[in-house]
Design a protein. Sequence first.
Length: 302
Amino acid sequence: MATGKQQQAKLKTNNTIEEATMDQRLANKVAVITGAASGIGAATAKTFVEQGARVVLGDIQDELGASLTEALGGAEHATFCHCDVTDEQQVEALVETAVSQYGGIDIMFNCAGIVGAVGPMSTTPAAEWKLTIDIMLNGVFYGMKHASRHMKVAGSGSIISMSSTAGVMGGLGPHAYAAAKHAVVGMTKNLAAEVGSCGVRVNCIAPAGMATPMVADVLTGDHQKLDETIAALAEGSPLRGRAGLAQDVANAALWLASDESGYTSGLTLTVDAGATTGSTAAPPAFAEYEPMKREAGRTGVE
Ligand SMILES: NC(=O)c1ccc[n+]([C@@H]2O[C@H](COP(=O)([O-])OP(=O)(O)OC[C@H]3O[C@@H](n4cnc5c(N)ncnc54)[C@H](O)[C@@H]3O)[C@@H](O)[C@H]2O)c1
């Protein structure tokens, strides 16, 4: 006999749109977010709760995570668990918390990350390389593994992972970071191919530099200087005066988490003001009209 969840999934694949009010786009859904105490993870946790989801937040910053969870309304809406994503058992326990406390897992957002090893490859210590990969690649694997295990049985689910523009183009980030973020794009496509037949969708998000504590630390040397960071990012933005914010990524995650993206899987969704498609702060300056150029030596349509 089909469980309630399987019946729901059937309805969704039957070309019917589930009733959902626009202000509760994640009603009745349960989400797990790693790296949820700060920046993009924290903005997403807040957005998901506002949209009706119950959220299990995992992070290694216990005080920050616990106080955010309290601000989100406590156990009725959100639960914090210490979770170091380099430890598979802790990631598994995070997912199991969602199942035991809220009855299942509909959304997995693998968001935890660091800048990691920096500098030339020729001077990168192997230990720094390995830790960077451990957090941003192995951690995502553990999240995908344990979430998909439940979602395949349930017959539905949305797995979202953090890549980066440094995961779709060369030269935009440190080597280990770029390697991990490219791998997230590949794992996303491969897992999407595996679990699509079970009704599970798998996507990732590739933002450019967004104003979060991580980037503030890099740009200003102080992770709390968000205003200065926003000003610096706005200056170099392809969209005049517009810096990328944690909320921009949270909004992308919301769409991928909700049933509105129900036919989207395997996607790398860039949130970058067009940076990876050629937009820059100094666009090509097209002059006034001039006749079209055609075969060498000829112009115009006549
Ligand atoms: N901010 C950007 O410009 C940007 C751009 C592209 C991708 N990203 C990615 O977005 C994600 C979030 O970054 P952010 O900018 O919000 O940074 P952030 O530093 O504000 O948040 C990252 C969170 O991850 C947590 N974390 C670090 N190591 C962990 C571990 N081992 N286990 C569990 N949690 C851990 C941190 O404690 C922190 O709360 C990262 O994966 C990052 O690579 C960020």
